[in-house]
Design a binder for this molecule. Structure first.
Ligand code: SF4
Length: 391
């Protein structure tokens, strides 16, 4: 018989879900929408012979429309939403800590990477109340699409099919976690990788490089520069700092770019001055590096207030679903530079200034970390110590 290696995050047995997308696109009575993660636009072009670091955002949107998606949306929108939720959680813990509350859990850890979430559930279950409870942008998008956008369209959530294009193979597993389904209907129905999207484009005989740029649809396609940089190591925490600084200090940032948080070293740290309050930030990419920071927390010697952790070296730009980079760090640096370029070219670069995110809070969610936000945009973790890696 065939021997199949099984990996908890789906990273070893690569599933091909392109046929599920094609089935959904031709299914009668279904409205099919797609969300694209930030890192995809910085690497998809490589599948079509373009040099690493070529931004293909507009061509990618055009190709997705040609493939038949009714609405082409952006996970970056949900990344801005993640910052609103995670940033609020960070500030809440920080304020209580500064007021002397000894019960408050710090550092807060980012929670947008399912590879990392699965890792701490198995390896550091004693720390499961430390990570932010904010869902990943992929799942926040799914929750908003199924509980808000479907209503706007006047259709049942089961008739809305949400497809995600991710740089990641662990995102397929994330979609299948039971807590991200309602009555058997997953918030994100199908997740495909950047390489699978390239395959769909080739199979449809779309001449990718000749496509004219197109724009994402509204309302779930509008994002800020902060949402874009989620795709690279250090980007999530930089996005969080941009918002947390302004909310905490009540002052506009003197400079939006935080060069101290950028780079490719496996573990980085920086202290950011929140108008007199020093905030210690840690960053780790690659789970070996993450483990070192977690051991410090466990030993009670961690001095960080917030830590960003990504399972893949380089963050999502180096994800398992991206075009192969064969361990070439120069390729990763070019992809990261492409995201920082897209960020710099955006008119709005802070999540709390995204007008569509603000409108969503006003019209539907209420306030960040409020009752409905908590119900739809937050999650919980499981102690999986000793349980099988395969579920
Ligand atoms: Fe997926 Fe890797 Fe990004 Fe984590 S860092 S979300 S495993 S691509």
């Amino acid at each position: 018989g065939q021997c199949v290696a099984v990996c908890p995050t789906g990273a070893l047995t690569e599933q091909d879900n392109t046929w599920m997308v094609l089935d959904a696109l031709v299914a009668p009575g279904k409205t099919v929408v797609v969300q694209t993660a930030p890192a995809v636009r910085a690497a998809l072009g490589e599948e079509f012979g373009l040099p690493p670091g070529t931004l293909v955002t507009g061509k990618m949107v055009a190709a997705l429309r040609q493939l038949g998606f009714k609405y082409v949306f952006d996970t970056d929108f949900a990344a801005d939403l993640t910052i609103m939720e995670e940033g609020t959680e960070l500030l809440d813990r920080l304020k209580r800590h500064l007021e002397g509350d000894a019960t408050v859990k710090l550092p807060i850890l980012t929670s947008c990477c399912p590879g990392w979430v699965k890792f701490f559930e198995h390896q550091f279950p004693e720390l499961i109340d430390i990570p932010s409870t904010a869902k990943s942008p992929q799942q926040m998008f799914g929750a908003v699409a199924k509980n808000y956008f479907a209503k706007q369209l006047g259709i049942d959530r089961k008739d809305l099919v949400v497809v995600s294009v991710m740089p990641c193979l662990a995102k397929k597993y994330e979609c299948s976690r039971p807590e991200f389904s309602t009555d058997g209907d997953p918030d994100v129905n199908i997740s495909i990788s950047t390489r699978e999207l390239a395959q769909l484009i080739r199979h449809a005989n779309i001449d990718f490089n000749m496509l004219a740029d197109e724009e994402f649809d509204h309302p779930l396609g509008e994002s800020t520069g902060a949402g874009v940089i989620f795709g690279t190591t250090g980007g999530v925490i930089e996005a969080a700092v941009r918002t947390a600084y302004e909310v905490f200090t009540g002052q506009p940032l003197p400079r939006v770019d935080f060069d101290v948080l950028r780079g490719m070293e496996g573990i980085r740290c920086a202290t950011i001055d929140f108008a007199g309050t020093p905030i210690h930030i840690g960053i780790a990419h690659g789970l070996g590096h993450a483990r070192r920071l977690l051991e410090e927390i466990k030993a009670g010697v961690s001095s960080y207030h917030a830590i960003e952790i990504m399972a893949c070296p380089g963050g999502c730009i180096g994800g398992g679903g991206q075009p192969y980079h064969h361990g070439n760090v120069e390729v990763l640096k070019k992809r990261a530079a492409a995201l920082y370029r897209e960020d710099a070219n955006k008119c709005i670069r802070k999540s709390h200034e995204n007008p569509y995110v603000m409108a969503l809070y006003q019209q539907f969610l209420g306030k960040p970390c409020g009752e409905l936000s908590h119900q739809l945009l937050h999650t919980h973790y499981f102690d999986r110590k000793g349980s099988s890696l395969v579920e």
